[in-house]
Ligand binder design. Structure first.
Ligand code: MRU
Length: 352
């Protein structure tokens, strides 16, 4: 990508703000019609915000959880980090339990634990520095993977994305949406389509709004229109994010991603996963071992708070699925690109 790329022009939104006293989260449950923030003054409020999707997206929940540890530390007196870690363990576990599928949450908490394990009397400052580093590194990773991902796309291409993987889901710029931002800026991407992403409508409520804020045109489609869109020839790539990428390249992402990958292969459309290396989990061999979050079936009973389903109907609401590595053409991270991923290629790039 052109080194003069104007990041600020294409990236205005920030979902997480550390004020020095509290964690302010842009309330993603209320977008796009209300832009409101929730202030968290203690770690349990952060855990609740993660559970209730006030803050969401794999990298963003990792960053929020790291700040949650800083907040938990405010209530602790200890001579060194190891002493603090003992006292903080229950708060760390409550943060970790907030959502199960995105590995970035456990990854960020492991980083905070490691800092505590060796810190001296200045452990509070070191915790704060680590949380800020996690956020800063995420933004830098997104900008880098945006360039790497966009380079794979031929000029004039159309792309389809799913869920929200943008600034709202990260420290900024986004993963799949970062690739799209970079690709639009370079003229490689000519058309952007976003699926609604039932049941929580991250695509309809968040992605197309976020792109509109940055002056990028996108066309919304019903999730069920994706295969038909591919058949028309309007898209050459599906570009999505990830919540966990296994050692063999199997990838958990928002429910509906797997069916997009199947439809893409059928129609000769390429399939790209863009994620920071913090989403790569070499300890999980393949997708079978990933815990898929199940949410309240009530999320399927209505739209915008209006009930659309008769009483007494059963519903099943898994909110992630696993796309097998064999359906993925490229995994793009800030460390590099793995084309047609398998365990050997994944270990070669991430193993060290
Ligand atoms: O339930 P959500 O909204 O947290 O799910 C988010 C996704 O599945 C995203 O695609 C993924 O976290 C990547 S975000 C950069």
């Amino acid at each position: 990508m052109d080194t003069a790329f104007d990041f600020d022009r294409y990236d205005h939104i920030r979902p997480i703000l550390w004020t020095g006293q509290a964690l302010e989260l842009l309330d993603q449950r209320k977008l796009p019609f209300a832009v409101e923030h929730v202030a968290c003054h203690e770690s349990d409020a952060v855990a609740q915000a993660i559970r209730e999707l006030t803050v969401r997206g794999a990298p963003a929940i990792g960053i929020a959880a790291a700040w949650g540890v800083v907040l938990a530390g405010r209530a602790v007196e200890a001579a060194d980090g190891a002493g603090a870690l003992q006292q903080l363990e229950p708060a760390l576990q409550r943060l970790n339990a907030a959502r199960p599928t995105a590995v970035n949450l456990a990854w960020a908490l492991a980083r905070m634990r490691r800092v505590l394990a060796t810190a001296g009397a200045d452990w509070k400052q070191l915790l704060e520095r680590e949380a800020q580093a996690i956020a800063d590194e995420d933004l830098a990773a997104n900008r880098r993977m945006g360039a790497l991902g966009a380079a794979l796309v031929a000029p004039g291409s159309g792309v389809l994305t799913h869920c929200n993987t943008g600034s709202l889901a990260t420290a900024g710029f986004g993963t799949a949406l970062g690739v799209i931002r970079a690709g639009m800026a370079e003229g490689r991407i000519a058309r952007v389509y976003a699926g609604e992403t039932r049941p929580w409508l991250q695509g309809a409520r968040l992605t197309v709004w976020e792109l509109q804020q940055d002056g990028i045109d996108a066309t919304l489609i019903a999730d069920s229109a994706a295969a038909h869109l591919m058949k028309t020839g309007a898209v050459q790539w599906v570009v999505v994010g990830a919540d966990r990428i296994c050692a063999n390249g199997d990838t958990a992402n928002k429910i509906g991603t797997y069916q997009l990958a199947i439809a893409a292969r059928h129609h000769g459309v390429k399939f790209m996963v863009a994620a920071p290396s913090s989403t790569v989990d070499l300890d999980t061999a393949d997708g079978e071992a990933i815990e898929i979050e199940q949410r309240d079936p009530g999320e399927l009973y209505g739209v915008g708070g209006v009930r659309t389903v008769a009483e007494g109907i059963a519903a099943w609401n898994p909110v992630f699925d696993v796309t097998p590595a064999t359906l993925i053409d490229a995994i793009v991270t800030e460390k590099g690109v793995v084309e047609r991923p398998d365990t050997a290629k994944m270990r070669a790039l991430f193993g060290g």
